[in-house]
Design a protein around this ligand. Structure first.
Ligand code: HEM
Ligand code: SF4
Ligand code: SF4
Length: 519
């Protein structure tokens, strides 16, 4: 899979960092593709309701009613029709980019399989919604779509008699068929909404609305497109003639040339085969899941911070089971936990100032416990000498480890930057283990574990618990959450931070770094 993911990242990374430079992480469309998909869905829904009010269900009336909207009421009805068309296309574009990007970032395996797997029916439902929509206009494109779809469906022996036959002559087609299409065009998007809801069941606090600026910008773009190139029909359908040439919508009707060139059977094989392949990707190969987070009841007071911060809804608060005087305790669902460690970074008991033997937080990673992180910090600090010693924290998905060769710089890696309790920074600086602490993540605004960067920034800014104590000198903390940056760029930025560190006040002899100190 890496052979597929690496080239995809090589395409996505420069695009993401380029857009970062222009829009910043909050408005960078690449970081909010799912939310944009939802936004387009709502634009399609609202514009669709308007168009439906004026739509006449009937073979002879449908085309005329859409023409009325497009030309006689171009300023509103025409704009609504165009918005409906372009937002539908935008939804397909966002969906495909979102899927490919999640795959390239390896965010589809392990406990995340469910979100990926439920994305596959979404692909089908979106495309079916679009195809039924094209049908309703009853222009030459609709006629082409109707005959091609029914011929395609007829290949499968599920319908007793040929449905393509209905489109051979005008006498065979009645208004009931149109009513069925209208029903499908409304029912399928409603089912889509239900499946989208299921899609997000394992994603805590899913981002379903893009930031206001991004939403307004996107809407402005759609509106501009609708005014500049209004969506038009392609002449009325005429069953007495076979449409000679039609302009296809490549977002929705991409399969039709395949049906025409290769025939219905191979087109079905491609569609079903492709869907099955996408469905099983989370197990090709299966992720070797690291051990899940473990609660230590002796240190858990049921404060709920870990539950609130977990990005995958893996923690529930359940009634106390050990008789201690607290109402609740944290419980980890092994099927949902991705072992990101953000919960350990959130727990109030995760402080390195405790004795080595006592450093057992209320919740911690089994294979990468925080007492080991403290040992790693001491080991890294012991390697540093000279002035302006910098400890760099970075996640497994970032570039921090490539800084090991820099003079006066020592990297320490963790599963996610959100695994780092802010008290570690206080500990390092107050114990003079380094002159500066630099934090780096895996991507600008887009964390592999979803919330690691956001929670860390908020903890450092003092707006989220556990927050960094006020006594910690902020000028000794550097941050870079940049995706797409090369190791060279990161080195340059860390070197700049290092040389800009203020001199230590009263820097007497340095104490030797020891494991397991008490406050
Ligand atoms: C229009 C269609 C879709 C919409 C609107 C949509 C929306 C979303 C949203 C809002 C999220 C949560 C993002 C966040 O807050 O971090 C998400 C996550 C995700 N989606 Fe979709 N999605 C769509 C289609 C798909 C498809 C087709 C697939 C793949 C087959 C897919 C795979 C995923 C995965 C794997 C995640 C989880 C990422 C993680 O665990 O961090 N989605 N989607
Ligand atoms: S953050 Fe720590 S103390 Fe609070 S509920 Fe979770 S494990 Fe318990
Ligand atoms: S390790 Fe991550 S996914 Fe697992 S419980 Fe903790 S925060 Fe949630």
């Amino acid at each position: 899979m890496l052979a597929l993911q690496s080239p995809l990242r090589a395409i996505f990374s420069p695009l993401e960092s380029g857009l970062d430079e222009i829009f910043g992480p909050d408005w960078n469309p690449m970081y909010h593709l799912g939310a944009l998909g939802f936004f387009y869905f709502w634009v399609v829904a609202v514009s669709g309701i308007y168009v439906y009010i004026f739509f006449d269900t009937g073979i002879s009336e449908a085309y005329a009613s859409v023409e009325y909207l497009t030309h006689d009421q171009w300023y509103l009805g025409g704009v609504m029709r165009s918005l409906h068309r372009y937002a539908s296309d935008g939804m397909v574009a966002m969906m495909m980019l979102h899927m490919v990007r999640e795959f390239s970032l390896d965010r589809h395996r392990g406990a995340r399989w469910f979100t990926w797997f439920t994305g596959v029916p979404i692909l089908w439902l979106v495309v079916i919604s679009g195809i039924t929509g094209y049908w309703l206009v009853w222009d030459t494109l609709a006629q082409y779509v109707a005959t091609a779809t029914t011929e395609w469906l007829d290949w499968m022996p599920i319908f007793g008699e040929s449905i393509a036959r209905n489109f051979l002559s005008p006498e065979l087609l009645d208004d009931r068929f149109f009513t069925l299409m209208v029903f499908l065009h409304i029912a399928v998007p409603l089912i889509l909404l239900l499946v989208l809801w299921i899609h997000l069941q394992r994603v805590a606090k899913p981002e379903i609305f893009p930031a206001r600026g991004l939403a307004l910008g996107t809407f402005g773009m759609l509106l501009g497109l609708s005014l500049a190139w209004p969506a038009l029909s392609q002449g009325p359908a005429d069953l007495a003639r076979v449409p000679a040439q039609v302009g296809l919508d490549w977002f929705y009707l991409i399969a039709y040339p395949v049906v025409e060139i290769w025939g219905a059977g191979p087109a079905w094989a491609l569609t079903f085969g492709g869907s099955i392949l996408i469905s099983v990707l989370p197990w090709l190969p299966p992720l070797r899941q690291r051990p899940i987070a473990k609660v230590d009841l002796a240190n858990c007071n049921g404060c709920t911070r870990c539950q609130v911060d977990c990005p995958f809804s893996a923690i529930t608060m359940v009634p106390r089971s050990d008789g201690r005087p607290f109402e609740r305790e944290a419980e980890v669902d092994p099927d949902l936990c991705t072992a990101c460690g953000i919960c350990a970074g959130a727990c109030p008991t995760s402080t390195p100032f405790r004795r080595a033997t006592d450093m057992v937080p209320g919740i911690d990673l089994v294979d990468r416990p925080l007492h080991q992180l403290r040992d790693d910090v001491h080991a890294a600090a012991a390697k540093l000498s000279g002035g302006n010693r910098v400890l760099v924290f970075g996640c497994d998905h970032g570039l921090a480890k490539t800084l090991a060769t820099m003079e006066g710089v020592a990297p320490v890696t963790l599963p996610c930057i959100g695994n780092l309790p802010p008290s570690f920074i206080d500990y390092i600086l107050s114990r003079d283990l380094a002159d500066g602490v630099f934090l780096s993540g895996c991507g600008g605004g887009d964390c592999h574990a979803r919330f690691g960067l956001r929670w860390t920034e908020q903890r450092l800014a003092g707006v989220r618990d556990p927050h960094l104590r006020a006594r910690v000198p902020r000028e000794r903390i550097g941050q870079l959450w940049a995706t797409g940056r090369s190791s060279k760029e990161l080195r340059g930025i860390v070197a700049e931070f290092q040389s800009g560190l203020p001199p230590q006040p009263l820097k007497a002899e340095k104490p030797t770094a020891r494991v397991g100190e008490t406050v």
